[in-house]
Each structure stands twice: as C-alpha cells, then as structure tokens.
Write a protein that binds this ligand. Structure first.
Ligand SMILES: [Zn+2]
Length: 363
C-alpha cells in the first residue's frame, strides 16, 4: 500500500492532483476495504488495537498520506485533505463501533466468570466457646443463686491470718502440713483454698443473718501431677443462720449433685477432718460410669469423691463475732477441676490447662 501511494505521488510530479484524484481514490478505496475487513475480523480489543496502529499509528497509512500534504501545490492541498479525511473517518467510525461492541463483550465475559453466587454457603469463621472449667463454674453459680446464695469474691493473695488463723489453723498447727503453701513472705500467701472468704464475709456481715454466699476463684498449692495442678479452682460455700443443721448441708449438697450429674445420682458423706469445720465430711457421688457396680473410674468402690464440707467450727464463728450458741452454719469447698473431670470424663487435670484446641473444641 505504502509503495503504491509512493509511486502515485512520484508519477504525479508537477501534474495537478485534481486530474488524477480518481487514481488515488481507487488506491485508497482498496486500502479502505482491506481495513474494514481487518476490523471485522478482530475478535478481541487487542486485535483492534493492532489494526488501529496499522492505520492510525505514527508509521501508519494516514501519517504517510499526511506527509504528501506538504509536497502538493496549495491548490491541491484541500483536494488531498478531503481524500484523506474520507479515508480516515470511514475507518475511524468503523473502528470505534467495533471497539464498543468488543469491550462490552469482554466486560460481560469477565462479569460472567467473576460472578458471585450469593446462595453458596459461606466460609464460617471459627467461633470460640467457653472453657470446660468456665462451664462448670457458671453452672454451679447458677444452681446456688437459684436457691438464694450470693456470689462474692476474695483475694488470691491473702494474709496468712485469713488463710489459716481465722480458719482455726494457728502457726504451729499440724494441719498446715496438709497444704503445701506458696509463701510470698512470712505473713502473706497465695491462698491455698477459697475458705478465707468465709472469715472475710462474716467479718463484713456480722451481726447480720443469714450469711448465704458462694465464692469461686483460683487457689494455689505446690503440687503438680495428673490429678493436681499448682493453680486450680474452687467454689467456697457458706451458710450461717439460726438453726442451720447438718441436714441442711446434706440437702443443699444433694441438690447440687443432682443438678450437675443427674437426678438418679446419690451422695454419701464420710466423716473427715478439717480444722475449720466440726463435724466434717467428705462427700462422694455415686459412680455414673458403672451404676455403682464398680469400675476403673471409681476404683471399684462405686463412689467418687467430689468435695469437702462440714458444720462451721464454733471458733470460726466466734472469731467473726457471732455467738456460736445462737447461730450455726455449714461450709463446703468444691474443686471445679474435679467436677469437670468427672462430668466430662477427663482423666488428666493438666489437659484443662494445656490450651490445646483439639481438646478444648470437644466441649
Ligand atoms: Zn464406677
């Protein structure tokens, strides 16, 4: 094409373009036909860009034609201009038209492949849930608040005085050997049980009656094996009023056990010793694994030990200011880990503190 145009202008020399414009128009007419076909053939926007460059680019046919504008006479300039203009606008219109169509097609195709089906099930983000110890603690709190107990809190760092002395365990008392204590200094300990809350709450309430509280929280002892952890959780219970008897204690504990483990479960109270209760009792629950026929879980006894309890020792009441001739009370201490292990069949207490999701996800 460039060659034909070049030859045309070479042959034109000094002749006027007007007399030979038909020849140029014929040449360009062919070029135009070719161009229109190429535009039609383009299936993609990128194909059209190649055609566009071929005709409209810096080295394209139109630029080439424009070079001859400077070479023809002034009289011929408008004639050549008109010819170039016709050639250019036809191709330009066709090209724009085709660009519009192809761009639309490509957008539609893209939308089709990127379509989002909003009815597809979503990817669920994992939801956290409560730790088994929290579940047990919350359940126990609910059981007791439903029968009129108030939930109170004590201090994890406690005075020796409240942790021991106010519970009838003076400095030289052999009962101190029962609990391997973390001492922060001579007079301050990490509490070894939730029982100091008994003394603190009675101090606060005396002479008011009744005292009806539970106190959940962390306690600390120098112990670490499959059934002991240096930090574990207890719930202390205390009820003080006139005419509180051992039968009240038994009734409350039976209600607790049935609420946690099921209506069919029974309890057994065994005589025991705690310095701050008299009499004292260890409480067992009937084994749900074997229906008391004897199994590995209950050590073939049919019973599982779950908590310690007793009637508040008169000295403990007196130290708080209550007259032990007029008021009585009961107290108990529940190990939350112990209950969780029995309830969920966990055989190693350390699992509760490892934070292994494979374990925790099961609750
Ligand atoms: Zn059993």
């Amino acid at each position: 094409m460039f060659e034909k145009i070049k030859i045309f202008f070479e042959e034109l020399e000094t002749d006027s373009l007007e007399s030979k414009k038909d020849v140029l128009e014929d040449i360009l007419s062919l070029a135009k036909e070719e161009g229109l076909i190429e535009i039609d053939k383009g299936k993609k926007v990128d194909d059209l860009k190649i055609v566009q460059t071929k005709y409209f680019g810096k080295k394209g046919i139109i630029s080439d034609l424009m070079k001859y504008m400077g070479k023809v006479s002034n009289k011929d300039k408008p004639i050549l201009g008109k010819i170039i203009h016709n050639f250019k606008t036809t191709l330009e219109d066709k090209l724009n038209q085709r660009f519009t169509v192809l761009k639309k097609t490509e957008i539609n195709a893209k939308l089709e492949t990127e379509k989002i089906d909003i009815t597809l099930p979503g990817t669920n983000s994992q939801r956290g849930h409560k730790h088994p110890l929290t579940l047990v603690e919350e359940q126990i709190k609910e059981i007791f608040t439903n029968i009129g107990f108030t939930v109170v809190e004590g201090f994890e760092i406690e005075e020796d005085y409240y942790n021991f002395e106010r519970l009838n365990i003076p400095k030289d008392h052999p009962a101190r050997e029962m609990q391997d204590t973390f001492y922060l200094n001579e007079d301050v300990v990490l509490r070894t049980h939730t029982s100091p809350v008994q003394a603190r709450i009675m101090d606060k309430m005396c002479p008011q009656l009744p005292v009806k509280i539970i106190a959940p929280g962390k306690v600390f002892r120098r112990d670490d094996d499959s059934t002991h952890s240096p930090m574990f959780h207890q719930i202390e219970g205390l009820m003080v009023d006139k005419n509180i008897t051992f039968a009240d204690l038994k009734g409350v504990l039976l209600h607790l056990v049935k609420s946690i483990f099921g209506e069919e479960r029974k309890i057994r109270l065994r005589p025991s010793y705690f310095p701050f209760t008299e009499p004292s009792a260890e409480v067992d629950v009937s084994c749900g694994n074997c229906n008391q026929e004897g199994c590995r879980v209950c050590g073939y006894t049919g019973w599982l030990e779950i908590l310690g309890s007793g009637m508040v020792h008169p000295s403990v009441l007196e130290m708080a200011g209550y007259n032990s001739n007029e008021v009585t009370g009961f107290a108990f201490g529940i190990g939350i880990e112990r209950i969780a292990m029995l309830k969920y069949g966990i055989d190693d207490m350390r699992l509760l503190f490892d934070n292994d999701l494979r374990f925790l996800e099961q609750f």
